[in-house]
Design a protein. Structure first.
Ligand code: UT7
Length: 323
């Protein structure tokens, strides 16, 4: 039996930082409001000439080093992103060229904040089927490019960054125990960037393709849906809540994270929280948080870790793994 396991993790945040105090000067908001309602204290913003692929490359190189691999050991690249460099080639193909890898499949996945969990689920299937040995799986975003900096309801929430893992074939025990991927396209109106290539291209090139969100509606859906998927994931693996050592949630809002931890009856000590450092980095959020907890020694080999995310689409998903 072939399983997949995480062989190394990496993360990268751009140097430029935008604090809540900086945002007080841009829109009618306060550090107190942002902190109490979201838990966010700052976010990192890519420089004008810094692209999603640049962020992804940093995270990828960190993950390769952590796994003790060379770029040419990689035989599949998946980049989860909502903010690709350009229409095509995919960000994964651009990254492939940067890493000087030739021939292996490379493609992007678009599932907004759930993108990394989707990408991990896809890579896991390829590895289990025996066709891939080392997959580079990345969540990378420059959300700052699609934020309306005059909308206080959204501009305080998002940031830029990238997180990566090397998913490796393993003949021993798993690794990834199960992945659960879902979507319901009926909720477009609650969370959307309503313009793009085929719809409202003129608005996009004018720079008016921005995130529109009915925050409190999304909030309620996220809390309920994540509670359900946590139960489903445990049931699929015949595990109890107490079997989970670590929760690594999507970092959108501390109140959503706390509600999921409560549902799991987990102490916040067992939850990896990085939202205060970088806000909502969409597909980058879960691998960024995972990387932090691996690097600081909280998550150790053999620990049972639950990853979960919810985002535009709506999409949602989870991955249960033995690190
Ligand atoms: O990752 C993808 C999924 N996205 C999410 O998970 C985001 C989910 N939603 C949320 O995190 C929260 O709904 C928000 C943080 C976006 C908003 O928090 P909320 O507690 O749901 O606030 P609200 O939207 O109900 O707004 C409450 C009040 C409103 O004023 P009134 O109508 O009560 O007078 C807003 O206009 O807060 C006001 N408000 C602000 N005030 C100061 C909204 N944004 C701000 C702001 N600063 N930045």
């Amino acid at each position: 039996m072939i399983y997949s396991r995480i062989a190394g993790t990496g993360g990268y945040l751009p140097d430029k930082v935008l604090t809540n105090q900086d945002l007080e000067k841009l829109v009618d908001t306060t550090d107190q409001w942002i902190t109490e309602r979201t838990g966010i204290k700052k976010r990192h913003i890519a420089e004008e000439n810094q692209t999603t692929c640049d962020l992804a490359e940093h995270a990828a190189r960190n993950a390769l080093a952590a796994a003790g691999l060379q770029a040419n050991d990689i035989d599949m690249i998946i980049v989860a992103t909502t903010t690709p460099n350009q229409v095509f080639p995919s960000t994964a193909c651009l990254l492939q060229a940067r890493l000087d890898i030739r021939g292996c499949p490379a493609f992007d996945v678009q599932a907004v904040c759930t993108g990394f969990v989707y990408a991990l689920g896809i890579a896991d299937k390829f590895i289990r089927s025996g066709s891939v040995k080392n997959a580079l799986v990345i969540g990378a975003e420059t959300m700052s490019r699609i934020v309306d900096w005059s909308d206080r309801g959204t501009c305080v929430l998002f940031g830029d960054g990238a997180g990566a893992v090397i998913l490796q074939a393993s003949a021993e025990e798993p690794g990834i125990l199960s992945c659960h991927l879902h979507a319901d396209g009926a909720y477009e109106s609650l969370l959307t960037v309503p313009h793009g290539i085929s719809n409202g291209y003129d608005k996009m090139i004018e720079g008016n393709a921005y995130i529109k969100m009915q925050g409190n509606e999304v909030f309620k859906m996220a809390v309920n849906t994540l509670g359900r998927i946590v139960d489903d994931t445990l049931a699929a693996n015949n595990l109890k809540k107490t079997d989970i050592d670590w929760l690594v949630p999507h970092q959108a809002n501390i109140r959503i994270i706390t509600a999921t931890a409560k549902k799991l009856k987990m102490s916040m000590e067992q939850v990896v929280v990085t939202v205060q450092e970088h806000g909502n980095t969409s597909a980058a959020s879960v691998p960024l948080a995972l990387n932090v907890a691996v690097l600081d020694g909280r998550i150790k080999r053999g620990d049972v870790v639950l990853l979960e995310a919810f985002g535009g689409g709506f999409t949602w998903g989870s991955a249960l793994l033995k690190y």
